[in-house]
Structures are given as C-alpha cells and as structure tokens.
Unconditional design. Structure first.
Length: 275
C-alpha cells in the first residue's frame, strides 16, 4: 500500500516524456468520454459502445494481419460497426438485437485474424490497453478524435438532444432522426476506437458510460450532466494513471476502479437527495 504514496517515484515517472504523452492521451479520452457519455446514456446506447469497442478490436486485429496501422484498423472497424448500428438500429427496440448479431460475427472474425497473425500476446494487449506505449502518433490520433467530436457535437447537440429526449415530437418536427443516429454512432465509434488503443476493448465503458451514469444520479439538467460527466471521466482517467505509476499496476484497473467508486458515491448522494 505504501507504494501508492511513493511521491518521489511518481514525480520521477511523471517527468518522463512517454508518461506525459500517456497522461495527455488519457485526459483527452476522458474529455471525449465525458462529452459523449450523457447522450449515450440518454439514447440507451451502452451496448452499442461495447459493440463498437469489440469491433474496433476486430479492425485492429485485421490491421495486424495485413500489416498496416493498428490504430487506423481499430478506427475503421469501430466506425463501420457504429454506422451499421446507427443505420439498422435507429429504433431502441431493435438496436440490441442488431448489435448482438453484428458483434458476434465481428468477434469471430477478430479471433480468426489473431489466429492467422500468430501472436496471442498482441491480441491480449488490444483487450486490456497499452497506455504507456501511446507515443506521439497515438496522442495525435486521440487529439484529432477529440477535435472532431467537439466540432461535430457543437453542430448537432441541440437537435440530437431533442431527438433523444422526445423522439416522436422530433420526428413530427422534421428532425432527421436516422442521419443524427448514424452521425452520433460514428462519433461513438471513433471514441471507442481510441479507447481500445489506450485502456482496452474490455474497459472502454469505464470512460464512456460510467461517468455519465454517475452524473445522471446527481442532476437532471443536460448541461450539468455533461459538465459533471467530463469532470468524473477526467478524474478517473488522469487519477488512474497517476496512482498506477509507483506500484506499477495496470492503468486500466485503476481507471475503472476510480470510475466505479465515483458512481457508487453519486448513487448514494443521489438517493439521499431524493429522500
């Protein structure tokens, strides 16, 4: 336990370039997850996030086999999956079945690609993340993704919120429901793809879902939910990395743990506020 409080070792590691790059990448991923999370929760797309993350793994595995950028392969896999989810699963009642069908097929392909590639350890890294090896190229990819997410959300946020909170009235008002669904799903796919590279396919929901679910326990205001979601995601992402340095623990474990603890606290606080 004392290794968690070895401030000298933590400070020394924080002075290293590769750790600083990882810290910035995680902070940007926290920003992306915090911004998208409340709308993901409002649109009941948690399973879609999981599906996009798993199929980002498939795309990355295909990239390994074919010999091109793993990050690019993950993005392609996640975006294609998310677009399919958004187009075929526009209605909530049919979304889960569409995601389940596509994800099962995609994961099967991913296993095949890894088998043909012949290095199981690399596939395991895609499932659990590679935070400390983000590098300048990985940081640039996350930064570009963050810029795209912020820019597109700034344009579509109001109609997307309307479509999410009252889809029937939004449809009657002429809001392009399917287009919004596909565009937002692609943003989720981009975020999931970067999350897979950093914290792994199995843990992406810790930054894309849990902070937003925590915020929803404290307030019903969409604006406040976004602000709290970003705050919680940043605390989990940055805090997880910093706490992992001295004891040399997997970053993803601490990111998910902090995120879960925040959720439990918000749940208790929210219950007491309602009472």
């Amino acid at each position: 336990m004392s290794s968690f409080f070895d401030f000298a070792q933590t400070a020394d590691l924080l002075s290293r370039t590769f750790v600083q790059q990882s810290l910035l990448a995680l902070a940007l991923l926290g920003l992306i997850g915090g911004l998208l999370g409340p709308m993901i929760v409002a649109r009941q797309m948690s399973f879609a996030v999981h599906g996009a993350a798993e199929l980002s793994f498939t795309g990355a595995a295909a990239a390994l086999l074919l010999g091109f950028s793993v990050n690019l392969g993950g993005v392609i896999g996640a975006v294609i999956a998310a677009a399919v989810f958004g187009f075929l699963g526009n209605r909530a009642r049919e979304r889960d079945s569409v995601i389940g069908v596509v994800m099962a097929f995609g994961l099967g392909l991913g296993v095949l690609f890894l088998h043909l590639y012949g290095r199981a350890g690399t596939g395991f890294a895609l499932l659990t993340g590679q935070v400390v090896s983000v590098g300048s190229s990985g940081l640039l990819a996350v930064a570009i993704t963050a810029a795209v997410v912020v820019a597109v959300l700034a344009v579509i946020y109001r109609p997307l919120l309307f479509a999410s909170l009252d889809p029937r009235v939004a449809t009657a008002s002429g809001v392009p429901m399917r287009t919004l669904s596909v565009v937002f799903a692609i943003l989720v796919g981009l975020a999931a793809a970067q999350g897979v590279q950093i914290i792994g396919a199995l843990l992406v929901m810790a930054l894309l879902i849990t902070p937003a679910a925590s915020a929803a326990r404290l307030t019903a205001s969409p604006t406040k939910q976004v602000a709290l979601s970003v705050l919680f995601a940043m605390i989990a992402a940055v805090g997880g990395l910093i706490l992992s340095l001295a004891p040399e623990l997997p970053v993803s474990v601490l990111v998910t743990t902090i995120s879960f603890v925040i959720y439990l606290i918000c749940r208790v606080v929210g219950m007491r506020a309602r009472d």
